[in-house]
Write a protein of this length. Structure first.
Length: 253
């Protein structure tokens, strides 16, 4: 069986400490995978190894049939793999000196060599979907956190990636802005694009995820459907984490 994304033996050390210790993960096309785990468990590091923003020391990453050995990578292979992904960052990572429109179109015109008019048309279509057309010529500093994150999501979608990587996309937002971003992500999930989401938003994982992965100590402790992992977890570490995170919520146990 061929997967949209597959990793084998992903390992990463930092200052002699194992951050990732052999991550194997298979993701089908169109699946939404949520990665849960405590701070320091390696979730974000793993996500960043998938597009070589933070390359692994060893292990193989395959996306849409294209494989790269982390220990024998080269710039050409990394660029090819990155073209199959886009990323939504925790702190937005918009270019402060570029307008909203430019933040979306630059990746299309510079990386994918899309003509400027075509790139602008695509950007406006996406901005319309997130109700930000009126902010097209604004700069990031003029936007709220929720608006910046919506622009970040538009930028990711504009590239037509095979896989979108979300790194805790709501954690930097004020609580009243979180639901809007999660609603947008739910809409994206309905389009059938493959999504890997690092988050602590359990309700989103329960309602949207096809697969939930629990990481701790740089390894995958448990994985399965959202119902399996969130309602009937088998590993004591998963149970302890969910109890800590959810406290009085009892649907998972």
């Amino acid at each position: 069986m061929s997967y949209m994304l597959e990793t084998h033996g992903i390992k990463k050390q930092l200052n002699g400490k194992d951050i990732l210790n052999g991550i194997d993960l298979s993701v089908n096309e169109g699946e939404v995978v949520v990665i849960l785990g405590p701070s320091g468990s390696g979730k974000t590091t793993f996500l960043r190894t998938l597009n070589f923003l933070n390359p692994a020391d060893s292990g193989t990453i395959t996306i849409d049939g294209f494989s790269v050995d982390s220990a024998q990578k080269n710039k050409k292979d990394i660029l090819e793999l990155r073209r199959k992904t886009s990323m939504v960052f925790q702190n937005y990572n918009l270019f402060k000196n570029r307008t909203v429109l430019q933040n979306i179109t630059d990746g299309l015109t510079v990386v994918q060599k899309v003509p400027l008019n075509e790139a602008r048309n695509k950007a406006f279509q996406l901005l319309e979907k997130v109700n930000l057309v009126d902010k097209a010529y604004s700069y990031p500093a003029e936007l709220s956190g929720g608006q910046q994150q919506r622009v970040g999501i538009c930028r990711a979608l504009a590239l037509n990636p095979k896989v979108i990587l979300f790194d805790e996309p709501t954690s930097a937002l004020d609580p009243e802005l979180v639901s809007g971003i999660l609603a947008l992500m739910r809409d994206i999930a309905k389009t059938g694009i493959t999504m890997i989401v690092v988050t602590h938003e359990i309700a989103f994982a329960r309602d949207v995820a096809d697969k939930v992965v629990y990481m701790e100590g740089g390894v995958i402790v448990e994985q399965g459907t959202s119902k399996e992992v969130l309602e009937t977890p088998k590993n004591e570490k998963t149970i302890r984490f969910l109890r800590t995170l959810l406290k009085d919520v009892e649907y998972y146990i």
